[in-house]
Design a protein around this ligand. Structure first.
Ligand code: ARG
Length: 598
């Protein structure tokens, strides 16, 4: 459970109030669970208008059960709570909602103390204890460069892994490389025909890309190339030594290159695997479907029909014996079930693959049906496609086949260069300017991918993502640096003497609320698989802080955070510290570094 005294206090009192107000009914109902404190806590909401209360509890679901109308229920329960002894909360009722205000002085001191005491652990919880979640992300294709097309899965998935880790899950990050498939037949044909001997052994991913693009260019004129490619891939699948060696070479060149990019980006995985790893597991998969009587033949191909579900058939094996992307994914699922026995598995993959995942989950469910797997042991429903929209780059879409590809590394370098120019204007003598510039450049790129709900498309525009103002990564990083600098100027230890009742203006109140709600934002982000919820929370907090920072007194003079009023300054700097903790930890969850100065 999240640590929140106020919600607990409310839930307990509301549970008691239900009991005392509806004694007779209560006995008849039998199902007491909906009146329990834990149920109430789980159904607390945020009021649409934050000025109405810190949180709200709707009572509509009790109308029928209690034979009373919701407004009357809400008012009886609030009255009973108001009459009980309590100093943490005050409640009011309005048309079926109970709105709860907290005692601000207590909330401020509780929140700030908790954040500072827990520090890097603030926002964590144990809701994921003993739960295992696999998060698959990035998964670029070998023999193609790491393009901007794989950036969103990489950043979203990496963030989700960190969010689940924070909530106590055993979260395992997987990178499932596209290291098998017909494109290798094309690469092999191209390599055998056109490779430049003078660079043999020193080829880069760019060289491989050139070959790939040339193949597609020439194949438009010469259809025979496609046939040759299919043949070379068949040879590879049946273990031909020369082709295998070429495949290994392409794979190694690519992996080294990818790893370099991951290191720059600070992206971590627990297991880097790939499609080829499943080659020797495919027969078992096809067998399982055959034994379950789920396969049929169609023009020589082995398929699983999904007509009843309005889905295209699963092609397990082509007429020529070749297996497919989906066959490998099914095998991978079954393998991971055995190896990890996960509670959940997330595939962080673009929305244009959603039919693929529907086919896969459906086929797995049919397999379990046929095997009479009891409900409690079913695994097919534990996989989820965490889909996301496309990324456009200055309004252009990209296609690898034509060589219209934007290299991720170029984007990172460009971002760092532009960030450096900006920093140099503000802080020309910053010691570690190159390091910070890279952090800001990456912050801009990372944030842009999480600045909207994941289902939405992102349009990446330099001027927007690199701005130090508005909803951007650099804005959050800049705010963090500002917070750090305040703390460097005046660092006051947390002690019993601090008088938090001195924090009483509306800017301070808003900050306390947002710091207090951070743990909930993290939990919500996990529940919705949506890092954007954390990103938004940080933006709101940074905006609230910057308002506070620029606050003026009644006389129009700046109301400085650190002033001659020592007592007030002490309380305020601790508030500042709690904000710094939330921004730093929140950025960490998004995969973004928080510089101390910039
Ligand atoms: N390599 C694939 C691509 O780039 C993505 C793999 C997604 N994961 C999966 N299990 N199918 O399109």
């Amino acid at each position: 459970m999240l640590e929140n005294k106020f919600k607990e206090d409310f839930a307990q009192k509301a549970a008691e109030a239900f009991k005392s107000q509806y004694q007779d009914k209560y006995k008849e109902i039998g199902d007491e669970q909906v009146f329990s404190a834990s149920f109430i806590i789980a159904n607390i909401e945020k009021p649409k208008d934050p000025s109405k209360g810190r949180f709200a509890f709707p009572v509509f679901r009790y109308g029928k059960l209690l034979g009373d109308n919701p407004p009357s229920i809400a008012s009886k329960i609030s009255e009973a709570i108001s009459n009980s002894e309590n100093q943490l909360i005050t409640v009011t009722s309005i048309v079926g909602f109970i709105n709860v205000q907290t005692n601000f002085e207590i909330e401020a001191s509780e929140t700030i103390k908790t954040a500072i005491r827990q520090d890097a652990k603030y926002g964590s919880s144990d809701i994921g204890k003993n739960k295992k979640i696999l998060v698959e992300y990035s998964s670029p294709n070998i023999a193609k460069p790491f393009g901007i097309g794989h950036i969103r899965t990489t950043i979203l998935g990496h963030s989700l892994r960190r969010i689940f880790l924070k909530l106590g899950y055993e979260a395992i990050g997987l990178n499932y490389l596209g290291d098998w498939g017909t494109q290798f037949g094309k690469m092999i044909v191209a390599y055998k025909k056109w490779a430049d001997d003078s660079i043999a052994g020193k080829e880069t991913v760019e060289d491989l890309l050139k070959l790939y693009v040339r193949f597609h260019g020439e194949a438009e004129e010469n259809e025979d190339l496609e046939t040759q490619a299919r043949d070379e891939f068949k040879k590879l699948e049946s273990g031909d030594a020369e082709n295998k060696a070429l495949w290994e070479k392409f794979r190694e060149i690519s992996i080294n290159e990818f790893q370099r990019v991951y290191d720059v980006m600070g992206i971590e995985f627990d297991w880097i695997t790939g499609e080829a790893f499943l080659n020797d597991k495919m027969e078992t998969t096809i067998d399982a479907f055959e034994k379950a009587n789920l396969v049929s033949q169609s023009d020589g191909a082995t398929i699983v029909d999904l007509k009843d579900d309005q889905l295209p058939p699963v092609l397990l094996k082509k007429a020529d014996g070749a297996t497919l992307y989906l066959t490998r994914d099914l095998s991978g699922y079954l393998y991971r079930v055995k190896e990890y026995n996960f509670d959940e598995m997330l595939y962080v993959v673009a929305v244009n693959q959603s039919v693929h995942f529907q086919q896969m989950f459906k086929a797995l469910a049919m397999l379990e049906d046929a095997q009479f797997v009891p409900d409690e042991n079913r695994m097919s429903s534990k996989g989820k496609h965490i889909e996301f929209g496309m990324i456009k780059f200055g309004d252009k879409m990209m296609s690898t086949r034509k060589g219209h590809i934007i290299f991720l590394e170029d984007v990172i370098n460009e971002a760092a260069k532009l960030a450096k120019e900006k920093i140099a204007e503000k802080t020309p003598d910053l010691e570690n300017i190159d390091e910070v510039a890279l952090q800001i450049g990456l912050g801009a790129i990372f944030y842009s991918q999480m600045s909207v709900r994941r289902q939405k498309d992102v349009n990446f525009k330099w001027e927007e993502v690199l701005s130090f103002e508005g909803e951007t990564g650099p804005y959050l990083q800049y705010t963090h640096a500002r917070l750090s600098s305040l703390i460097r100027k005046f660092n006051s230890p947390m002690d019993a003497e601090i008088d938090f009742s001195l924090l009483d203006n509306k800017e301070e109140k808003r900050i306390v609320e947002l710091v207090a709600d951070f743990p909930q934002a993290v939990a919500d982000a996990a529940r919705m698989y949506e890092p954007n919820m954390i990103a938004n929370h940080l933006i709101e907090l940074a905006a609230a802080f910057n308002k506070f920072y620029q606050r003026k007194n009644a006389d129009g003079k700046p109301d400085k955070i650190i002033s001659d009023n020592k007592e007030l300054s002490k309380a305020r700097i601790l508030l500042v510290k709690s904000v710094q903790i939330v921004i730093r930890e929140g950025l960490y969850l998004l995969g973004i570094k928080a510089p101390e100065a910039m």
